[in-house]
Design a protein around this ligand. Structure first.
Ligand code: UT7
Length: 327
């Protein structure tokens, strides 16, 4: 089988309709619009309604990406869903997405727990599983974080929002040039959930206290590592492709905090107009953040056919991943 260029042949995204402003957070925690804007750059976020679940957001984004690619769900050969906020623990969200979307009985699996880096890693996995461009793979980054967070913890809750971003990986004019990824599991206690799973199983008492929603986060440490890892991964992927930052048309960093994005921008020595930011609208949407931003960047005309785009992401684990893609 002849090998063809493998890239992103369809892009999509979906966010819930309900907008929550920073001011609304003052009903739940001791905070202010000013604090959230200044420390994070976030102005509002989307909140899923009670009748929406993770798979619903994923399917909505997937439909947009399929339409963009000129494909139907039955054309898909595989589905990968990157999420830390799954439909249920078992089976994975990908099973629900396969069914709701009306896809064939194809392989479908989650990349769970890789935090905000999951979707970029999933795109790289899809690229390798596209078998020389002969298969079309749906990759969705999706989070419904606001249902699984502690609304009384001002250190974490104000940062997040719900949403989904989807890409179809397959043969066409677009090309994923190269990707890098890494993990530092020594930092696993700095960002994550303390209970659930086998180490500290759920108990009725713990659930009543909301322990299953208690995100542990050492904000400043996460900030420090995120800045370093996202810029280092970006530099690594540029070097691997034999290009420089000047060749890149747009950098799409994980949308966690405007100060993190700004620090990465400075380290990469890239001008502001070459960095895409939409976190003021959506907050940190976890693994949805990069594919959602990519979709929006293309809608706004900041990414066009032929643009060289650098994706860089970082999240719990710690995991990080960067990718260079010609759109
Ligand atoms: O995708 C990865 C997920 N996580 C992240 O990306 C988070 C990375 N870290 C950050 O973005 C920042 O560290 C934060 C935005 C979380 C915090 O900003 P900071 O400048 O590092 O603030 P800080 O943690 O040093 O806290 C400063 C003060 C503290 O009060 P005291 O101890 O100085 O009296 C906090 O209690 O701000 C307080 N604070 C708040 N005040 C108002 C923390 N959260 C809030 C809040 N509203 N929502």
């Amino acid at each position: 089988m002849a090998s063809r260029k493998i890239g992103l042949i369809g892009l999509g995204g979906h966010v819930p309709a309900r907008v929550m402003t920073n001011d609304e957070w003052t009903q739940y925690v001791d905070t202010s619009d000013e604090w959230i804007r200044e420390r994070t750059g976030i102005e509002r976020r989307r909140i899923a309604s009670d009748d929406e679940s993770t798979a619903d957001l994923a399917v909505a984004a997937a439909r947009v990406a399929l339409e963009d690619a000129g494909l139907a769900a039955i054309d898909l050969d595989e589905i990968i869903v990157a999420t830390d906020t799954p439909e249920v623990y078992t089976p994975d969200t990908a099973a629900f997405v396969q069914h709701k979307l009306g896809a064939r009985e194809i392989p479908a699996f989650d990349l769970g727990g890789s935090g905000c880096a999951g979707s970029v890693l999933a795109l790289d996995i899809a690229r390798h599983r596209a078998v020389g461009g002969h298969r079309k793979i749906l990759v969705v980054g999706v989070e419904l974080i606001t249902r699984l967070m502690n609304w009384r913890d001002r250190n974490t809750a104000v940062l997040f929002g719900d949403g989904a971003g989807a890409s179809i990986v397959g043969a066409g004019t677009s090309e994923i040039l190269t990707a890098v990824a890494g993990t530092d599991g020594a930092q696993s206690g700095i960002l994550g959930l303390e209970s659930g799973g086998t180490r500290v199983p759920f108990t009725p008492e713990g659930a009543a206290e909301g322990l299953h929603k208690n995100l542990v986060m050492e904000g400043r440490e996460v900030f420090r590592h995120a800045t370093h890892r996202m810029s280092a991964a970006a530099a690594e992927v540029l070097a691997a492709a034999g290009v420089t930052i000047d060749d890149v048309d747009l950098v799409i960093p994980h949308q966690a905090n405007i100060r993190i994005i700004e620090a990465v921008r400075k380290r990469l020595e890239v001008p502001e107009h070459k960095v895409f930011v939409n976190l003021q609208e959506y907050g940190n949407t976890g693994s949805a953040s990069v594919p959602l931003a990519l979709w929006e960047a293309r809608k706004e005309g900041r990414v066009q056919s032929g643009s060289l785009v650098l994706l860089t992401a970082f999240g719990a684990g710690f995991h990080w991943a960067a990718m260079l893609v010609r759109i």
